[in-house]
Design a protein. Structure first.
Length: 235
């Protein structure tokens, strides 16, 4: 009996069950029978993730999922499928490919979700002491908010490990002043706990915070001027 015409959700769940118990050939057979392109792409990406976790060859399945996702005509459906593929690549720590896929997501919200997923995973990597790897990936994040958040977490973990100079270098490279201030405060606290000079770092954190507040107030003033019918170019 052909699987064509069967509910795509039911087929996706069936394929997922096969993949979770290591029946990858059966899982792929079911996934490839799904008519709905979005469901087929999402299911293939899940199988690829399970293959990667099991230490099996998986790249060709991710590529197949990507090919299907890119063929989806509906922009929303295409973005959701690409977002899911990128998120699954993050979970198996294939960051370079995840970032490549993230850049193909049309929807800004979807891209942001992927960037933050990468940032979150990097925080865990830094916590495990893999600082160089975490920093290398963080610097490649396009989204300023996600990059700043990731660098803040990396700086904190470096400080916790007693690597104060490296932590300060990372903290001072953070674009977002609020994230920079929080990172510097955390470093100052760790320095104090270690009996090291810390006041200059705390002052630096306060200055970053003051600048963040000032810039926010300036932005609000500009926004109010626009709302009141003012000419932004005259500012």
């Amino acid at each position: 009996m052909s699987d064509k015409g069967i509910n795509p959700y039911a087929l996706s769940k069936l394929a997922s069950k096969h993949a979770k118990v290591g029946e990858f050939e059966k899982a792929l057979e079911v996934a490839r029978s799904i008519d709905d392109e979005q469901f087929r792409s999402l299911t293939l990406s899940e199988i690829a993730s399970e293959l990667a976790t099991a230490g099996e060859p998986y790249k060709h399945v991710f590529e197949e999922a990507l090919e299907v996702a890119r063929s989806i005509d509906d922009e929303y459906g295409r973005s959701r499928a690409l977002e899911e593929i990128a998120s699954r690549l993050v979970k198996v720590r294939k960051f370079e490919k995840a970032m490549e896929v993230a850049r193909c997501v049309d929807d800004e919200r979807g891209r942001s979700i992927v960037w933050m997923a990468i940032a979150s995973e990097l925080a865990d990597i830094a916590k495990a002491g893999e600082f160089e790897k975490a920093l290398e990936v963080a610097k490649g994040i396009d989204d300023v908010t996600a990059r700043s958040w990731a660098l803040e977490k990396i700086a904190f973990e470096l400080a916790t490990a007693g690597k104060f100079e490296e932590a300060l270098e990372v903290a001072r490279s953070i674009s977002n002043k609020k994230n920079r201030s929080r990172a510097l405060r955390a470093i100052a606290s760790e320095l104090a706990t270690a009996g090291e000079p810390y006041k200059h770092v705390f002052e630096e954190a306060l200055e970053a915070e003051r600048r963040a507040v000032y810039e926010n107030e300036e932005a609000l003033e500009v926004a109010r001027g626009i709302d009141d019918g003012g000419d932004v170019y005259s500012l």
